[in-house]
Structures are given as C-alpha cells and as structure tokens.
Design a protein around this ligand. Structure first.
Ligand code: FES
Length: 107
C-alpha cells in the first residue's frame, strides 16, 4: 500500500495511506487533505488538484499529457518545473513514499 507525504504551505507534514490504482488526488480527498479541491472530480478539467512533486520523485512519474500541461498553465498558484495535477498521478507500489507539496492556493 503506497503512502504519500504531503507538505502544506505552512510546513505541516501529513502522511496518508493510499491504494494502488487510485490517483494521488483521490487518496488526498479521501483523507481530507486540505488544499486539494479537485473540483472536476479528476477529469483533468480544473487544475484545483495542483501539487509540486519532490524533485527526487519527479522522474519516476509517468510523462505529462497535453491536457495536463495546458491546464497547469492556468493553475491559480505559480506553475513550477515540478508542477503536476495530482489527479493524473496514478499510484503504484513503486511510488510508496511519494512526497508532494501543496500550493498556497487552488483558486
Ligand atoms: S481534479 Fe480537476 S484537474 Fe485534477
């Protein structure tokens, strides 16, 4: 069962247990992680599930799709080189310990 570590903008750390096959967004909302709004329900249409991926994990994620790339340009918080949409990060055993930071706003 992969775990995910979230860092909030105030430095608070929260670790949750996820299930293989669900997205990082689904795991976050299931555990009431504040800062992940996911207004479109994971359909890559809202960018309110924006996260910053820890550099050590970035290369281990699947490549970004065109829709995700375009949406991130319109994210409320500044887009950075390690920005991803958490609804597009599918969790598997090899992502156990994934570290994601939350932006200071989603809208
Ligand atoms: S939940 Fe809407 S883009 Fe991820």
């Amino acid at each position: 069962m992969p775990s995910i570590i979230f860092f909030h903008p105030d430095g608070r750390r929260q670790q949750i247990e996820a299930s293989e096959g669900e997205s990082a967004m689904q795991a976050a909302t299931r555990h009431d992680i504040s800062g992940i709004l996911a207004e479109c329900g994971g359909n890559a249409m809202c960018a309110t599930c924006h996260v910053y991926v820890d550099e050590a994990w970035l290369a281990r994620l699947p490549a970004m799709g065109g829709d995700e790339d375009a949406l991130l340009d319109g994210a409320a918080a500044e887009r950075q080189a390690n920005s991803r949409l958490s609804c597009q990060i599918r969790l598997a055993a090899d992502l156990d310990g994934l570290v994601l930071s939350l932006p200071d706003r989603q809208t």
